[in-house]
Design a protein around this ligand. Structure first.
Ligand code: CP
Length: 310
């Protein structure tokens, strides 16, 4: 199928057509080969400038984007909120307009406010890549998750994926739901009713409040981090209780099919949503997700940069 990528921004998988997601995954497959070579660098973004603007903390996404940009030979500027003029009261739009005035080609941004990247993308000629906004969207995380599933299982269509944990506050969950449903997977959300409200069924997923039932037929089990502050807010009685009813450990892993994959976007709370022995065990693909994130981000940067009009 001939296909031309024509988006200067990557903001959300909700916006993408299934063939666009597949094209991104196919392009990432090609870029994965670059990192397996002796010389792990290509000139695809030589002469392009990328600003990584992280207004919220990140380890995996920030390092992965920066390495992806280096592998593509881009020039890179790293900025965080604490060293930017946001601390002096400058608006986000003024900050990014000033960055753009330096003839930057791409801005990769993480922000705690839902829609922050959509807002700046409307005002900038340079490309904008969403590295996570609030509880809304984290498209490159979902792409690397879906890439890893496709690589391991050979397909997405017809697979059953269980996402377990704090769905309500998770941009990773929302992005996975949009991407997986578009590519023909079935999705079951598993967790306590406070973190997985029944209303999610309206988007075409199954909601299950019992771990054993939710895992029974899953080909893939994607676990989300349980944030300690949610306990203080009363979403569940205690971390121990959450771990007992919804954590994956040596006992509950037996609820899963023997060939089901265990995924986690990181950072992991070992002993809460996932026991260390399972995180490091044969069903886990967690570090492969990280490896694939590099290829996915190289593909996203390459395709989006190709659509920026300067
Ligand atoms: N998975 C993920 O987004 O991790 P970071 O917050 O460390 O980037």
């Amino acid at each position: 199928m001939s296909f031309t990528w024509n988006r200067k921004d990557l903001l959300s998988l909700y916006d993408l057509r299934p063939e666009e997601i597949t094209y991104l995954l196919d392009t990432a497959e090609e870029f994965k080969k670059v990192s397996q070579r002796k010389v792990k660098k290509v000139p695809a973004l030589r002469g392009k400038t990328v600003v990584n603007f992280f207004v919220e903390p990140s380890t995996r996404t920030r390092v992965s984007f920066e390495l992806a940009e280096q592998r593509l030979s881009a020039d890179i500027i790293n900025m965080s909120a604490s060293v930017s003029s946001l601390t002096k009261g400058e608006t986000l739009l003024d900050t990014v307009k000033n960055i753009e005035a330096l003839q930057v080609d791409l801005v990769v941004m993480r922000h705690s406010a839902t829609g922050a990247q959509n807002f700046i993308a409307k005002h900038l000629k340079c490309g904008v890549i969403n590295a996570g906004d609030g509880a809304h969207s984290h498209p490159t995380q979902a792409l690397l998750d879906i890439f890893t599933i496709r690589e391991k299982k050979g397909r997405i269509e017809g697979l059953k994926v269980a996402i377990v944990g704090d769905i309500l506050h998770s941009r990773v969950a929302r992005s996975n739901i949009w991407g997986l449903l578009k590519l023909g997977a079935s999705v079951t959300l598993v967790g306590p009713a406070t973190l997985v409200p029944k209303e999610f069924e309206q988007v075409g997923v199954r909601v299950c409040h019992n771990l054993q039932e939710g895992l029974a037929d899953a080909d893939v089990v994607n676990l989300l981090r349980i944030q300690h502050e949610r306990q203080a807010a009363g979403f569940f009685p205690s971390i121990n209780e959450y771990a007992r009813f919804f954590g994956i450990n040596e006992h509950t892993v037996k609820f899963m099919k023997p060939d089901a994959m265990v995924m986690h976007p990181g950072p992991i709370n070992r002993g809460v949503e996932l026991e260390g022995s399972i995180a490091d065990g044969p069903q886990s693909v967690i570090l492969e997700q990280v490896t694939n994130g590099l290829a996915v981000r190289m593909a996203v940067l390459f395709l989006v940069a190709g659509c920026v009009q300067k």
